[in-house]
Every structure is written in C-alpha cells, then in structure tokens.
Design a protein around this ligand. Structure first.
Ligand code: IMP
Ligand code: MG
Length: 309
C-alpha cells in the first residue's frame, strides 16, 4: 500500500523501458494505473527451426506475471496484423501451455475489466491519482475476512451492522463470504463537527434489537476513530452479548480515539481514498477499486472543511 512513491517509481520504471511503439507505453501506463505488474518483451520464443538454427522467433510485447498471460499488441496496419495472427498460431501450437492474447487498443479496457482491474469505459477517472488496492486484492482479502469470521463465530448467528453509506460494497461482499446464518442491519449517522468532535447523531436507527446478540459493526474505514468510538458506546448500552468491529480500511496513522479493531482488511497510509463504496462529495462510490485522489484536485474541491460522512 503506497502513495506517491509507488506511482513515481512506476513512472520512472516506465521511462527507463525502451518501448518500440507509443501504444506499448500507453498500455504500460494503463497497467500501472490499475496496479497490474508487467514485464516488457520478457523473452523470445522459437517458432521455427532450420538446420538446427532458429529461423523464426517471436517476442511477445508483455508478460503479466499475476495473470500468467502474454500480451501482443496490434497496430492498425492490416499486413502486420495478418502476420501477427500467423505468429500467434505458431506460438500456440508450439507452446500450448502458455496463455497469450492479441490485443487491439480498444480491447485493453475490456481485458482489464474482465480481470477486475478497472471500470469498463474509462481509463482515467477525473481526480484519481492512483489505484491503491485493486479489485482483485479487495476480493481476496474480503474472502479471507469472511472465512475468519465464519471460524470465529462457528455455531453462532452474528448480527452484522453496517454504517451507511460507505459500507455498502464491503458489506455486500463480506456477507457472501460468511458461511453462517447472519442477520444484516444498517444505520446512518451524521457527525456534529461543530459541537464536540466525534459526537454522532443517529439519522437512521437499527431495526434489530441488540440485546444478547453477537454484534459485528462493519465499517468501510476507520480514520480518527472518533465516530466509531461514540457509536460503540451507544451500541454497548443496548447490551449485546458481544460487540466486535470489522473495518475494511484502517488509517491507523490518524487515530485519535484508540480501540481494538478485531478484523482489518488493509492498513492504509494517511491518504484520502475513494471507491468500493467510499466517496468524496458523494462521488466515486462505484469504482471497483480503492484509489487515492490527486492532492491538488482534492484541495481545489474542498470548498468547506466539512468531512464527508
Ligand atoms: P473517523 O471518525 O475519523 O474515524 O471517520 C470515519 C468516517 O469518515 C468513515 O466512516 C468515512 O465515512 C469517512 N472517511 C474517513 N476517511 C475517509 C477517506 O479516506 N475516504 C472516504 N471517506 C473517509
Ligand atoms: Mg462512514
């Protein structure tokens, strides 16, 4: 999990690669944007031999180790495309265990979307700096959290409480990875910044009684911890049998009110993040990954010092 440093490193690395074609550099930039690791022209494969010598070889443009996939980019020139198709056929015949894809520029995005790395239609989302946690990283971690909760609560029927609205994606995915009977309920709160920091008002209360139940408060992100701290005190008054916290993101560096968080998805640096339910001024919740916002963009749009809910 990294901020500007990682983006800078990736940019530097990209600048040091002798790309043969600008479209290759574009493709590398898209891969970097989505946090997909890549190697450029990783290796040459022999396609044909004559008298024991290599008569024809093929070097795919990219290898994506995480997907175990070679990528060959196409140009618009029909003569070259035909030749590439021929080489790819030979490659697949000789190396049937290797996966390769021929990609036209318009195919990049749908390929990335297929592997969960991005939205379907946009490469650059306005204001987004970089992807901090990719969709597949989220998926894997949420699955682990669900499995852990299923083990810890074996024989019980936990009540999952989500704090709206940021938690919607996380809750929807997490509950499907809990292999126990669960009950789900939601509440909405708003914070009074003007009065006492961390004081919260319940805007929408729970439908479920808490008394005697095993409650897990599911949160998108714990930042200062002030909201959660006050909320937990209020929930504890309702006498649950147990009360635990599961947060997808933990911005520990900013913690003011300290409390144990029983289940944490990812610890993240002190950066404002959006996506996968998290918003900035109600936008970006539908991004399938978690991304940081550009600092200058963020400050330009922070007309008031109000904190998003
Ligand atoms: P806390 O009381 O400071 O812990 O604030 C927690 C709430 O602030 C979270 O439930 C979020 O709704 C919001 N929040 C804090 N940090 C971020 C962020 O980086 N992106 C989006 N929302 C955030
Ligand atoms: Mg929230």
């Amino acid at each position: 999990m990294s901020g500007d440093g990682a983006a800078g490193e990736r940019e530097e690395r990209r600048a040091s690669v002798p790309f043969a074609h600008p479209s290759e550099e574009d493709f590398a930039r898209i891969l970097d944007f989505y946090g997909v690791t890549w190697e450029y022209e990783p290796q040459s494969f022999t396609l044909r031999e004559e008298d024991g010598r290599v008569a024809e070889a093929f070097t795919p443009d990219f290898f994506l180790p995480g997907l175990d996939l070679y990528i060959e980019l196409t140009t618009l020139k029909q003569s070259l495309v035909t030749d590439k198709h021929r080489k790819l056929r030979m490659f697949q015949e000789r190396y049937p265990d290797k996966q390769i894809k021929l990609l036209h520029k318009s195919d990049y995005l749908s390929l990335l979307a297929k592997y969960g790395f991005g939205p379907f239609s946009e490469v650059e989302v306005e204001g987004i700096h970089e992807v901090l946690i990719s969709a597949s990283q989220i998926e894997q971690r949420v699955e682990e959290l669900g499995a852990q909760i299923s083990r810890d609560y074996r024989g019980q029927e936990p009540l999952l409480i989500g704090v709206l609205r940021g938690v919607m994606c996380f809750m929807a995915d997490l509950m499907r990875h809990i292999s126990l009977p669960v009950v789900v309920d939601f509440m909405a709160i708003s914070s009074y910044e003007s009065t006492e920091p961390g004081s919260v008002r319940i805007v929408k209360d729970l439908e479920e009684p808490l008394e005697g139940r095993d409650v897990i408060v599911v949160e998108d992100i714990v930042d200062t911890g002030m909201t959660l701290n006050t909320l937990l005190q209020q929930l504890a008054e309702r006498k649950p049998a147990s009360l635990k916290i599961c947060a997808l993101l933990d911005k520990r560096a900013r913690r003011l009110a300290d409390m144990p968080i029983d289940y944490v998805g990812f610890e993240i640096p002190d950066e404002f993040v959006v996506g996968y339910g998290l918003d900035f001024q109600q936008k970006y919740r539908n991004l399938p990954f978690i991304a940081t916002l550009k600092r200058d963009w963020l400050s330009a749009h922070l007309k008031t010092q109000e904190r998003p809910e």
